[in-house]
Each structure stands twice: as C-alpha cells, then as structure tokens.
Ligand binder design. Sequence first.
Ligand code: GTQ
Length: 346
Amino acid sequence: MNMPAENIARLRESFYKRISSRHLKPLWEVLHSLVPECPQPKCVPVLWKYADLRGPLLEAGELISAKEATRRVLILENPAFAGESKITNSLYAGVQLLNPGEVAPAHRHTQSALRFVLEGAGAFTAVDGERAYMQPGDLILTPSWTYHDHGSEIAEPVMWLDGLDIPILQLFDAGFCENLAEDQQQLARPAGDALARYGANMLPVDYKPKSLTSPVFAYPYARSREALEKLSKGSPVDACHGFKMRFINPATGGHAMPTIATFMQLLPKGFRGNAYRSTDATVFVGVEGKGRSRVGDQTFEWGPRDIFVVPSWMPCTHETDETSVLFSYSDRVVQEQLGLWRESRP
Ligand code: GTQ
C-alpha cells in the first residue's frame, strides 16, 4: 500500500459506496462505537417537576376522556430519544390521569407494567380478577398478558406513573395486545386477596407459579415505608444508597417482575451520599422529603412526585435536607439474568 493517504481514503470511500448497494458495511469504521470500552448511553439526565406535569395532565383531562384515549397518559420522553416514547434506552414512563367516574377499559398486552401512585387515594386497578385500591406511594404490577382496567369512583383526580418495558418488547418484536369485549373485567376475588395469600410470609401450600411476575400485585406504601423505617433504626447506612430495598417475588426471592426491577430507599435527613454508578439506567420518583441528586454534571432538586432519570454508568450522588424516600425502577433484573449488570462506587 505505497500510496498517498488521500488516494487511499478516496479508494476506501468508493469501495464503501459500491458495497453498500449489496447491504455490506465495513466494521472497522464503526467497531469502537459498536464495542465501546464502557457504556456510551444516548440517554441524558432529565428532571420532571411534578408542578410542571400536573397542569398539562389535567388539561389533557379536558381534551380527551380516558375511554376515548384508552389510556390518557402523557409520555415522559427523554429528549435523547425524540419520537421514540422512551425514558431510557430500555424503558418507558408516562403519567396517567383518571378523573372521577372514569374507566380506562380492560386490555392485555405482552408488555409488563408497573403503576406508582402519585396523587389521589381510592381509585383502583383491576388485574386478573382482583382490584387493588390505590394510595400514594403504592406500587401495583400488571404482569405480561394479564387483563387490566383502571377505574375511579372517587371525587378527586387520580394520577400515577406508568413504567413499562415497551422498548424491550420492541427490541424483540414480541408485542401483542387485545381488548376485552367489556370495559371492565369480571372480578373473581375480593380486594386484598393476593396480599393475604402471598404477602404474609406464607404461600398457599400447593402454590404453583402462573407467571414470572410476583403474585403479590400490589405493594402498599404503608408496608414498604414501615420496613424502611425499621431498617433505618436497626442497620448501618449505606454510603451511596441510604437504606435501600428491592421489591421481590415472595415465591422466588427474585425481583418482582421479569423485566423491570423496582426499589425503594430511605435517605436520612442531612444525608450526603457518595457517588454511585451502575449499568442500569434508572428512573427515580420522589415520594417523601426533599433533596438533590447530582447526575453527571447536572444537579436535580427534587421533592415528592418529582421524577428524574439517571443514564447507565453515569455517577449519581444523593443529598437530603429532610428524611426522604425515593422509589426507582430499572432494567437491572434483565441485565442480571444475562450476566451483564455492573456497578461501581467511583
Ligand atoms: O395502562 O395499559 O402508560 O398499555 C402505556 C401503555 C399505560 C396501560 C401506558 C399501556 C398502559
């Protein structure tokens, strides 16, 4: 190859052009971005203040009914993924509004969903024949391919965060959905049945799992909060996480859902956390208290119901002014199953 550099460059360019008509591309031009030294997420840190979400959501409530919309939701779209309806590369987030008397009609899909209740108490999600009445801070799961409808018989609007694995299903082209003929599904069991059956450190003696998702489909905040409170009194504080727990499937001890990992952490008043990073981009929701989180080169001031996202492998540091609680979700469970998940305390 005894040729001037610009001749070589020209020959290569024309070669690339010729082979591209045969759907061939040179790996050596893209190898570094395909196989990076460490994660290079497109995802960027973003904060949504609840005060900025609530107005538009109520306005949506005047423009379209829950029934017409099927799901009246404003998508939290990461600006790095314009038009892609994603909050991280692998996960979806949206805020849903149900006004008094409304019904979001029953359907089922292969996407798994979580609801994290932000505002309003007493509306319900029905999942697979049972209603879960919602209180702020409750986590409610909708396993893959289970019928679910949402309804409100209370006087105030109800708002919650939807977290779904939509981008993961898109990756696999494995999405299916169908509507139930009726708006609301038939109930098969009283409210609270699943929690009694599976959420009391016991299981029915002949229990056989029906799916990979926890049979406890509603995790009341009162219980999660009490566990965190007791934990914070009885064990040393983690320098990065404060006191952090993960929601589990009590039948396996694994994560509560097969595609989305869910967590809740208590950060004591005056907490000054160390930096932490992990390969699972994470969506955080303020539940109680207030503080600030440094994410990469940004600082997010958060309080109750504010939502922010931390990209993969980006250092994040939490600080608080008051005793605070954060809920979070990520694809950590998938990465763990594939042997890919990593963390570091830089
Ligand atoms: O409640 O079924 O935010 O199917 C997006 C897609 C909620 C739901 C969303 C959905 C749902």
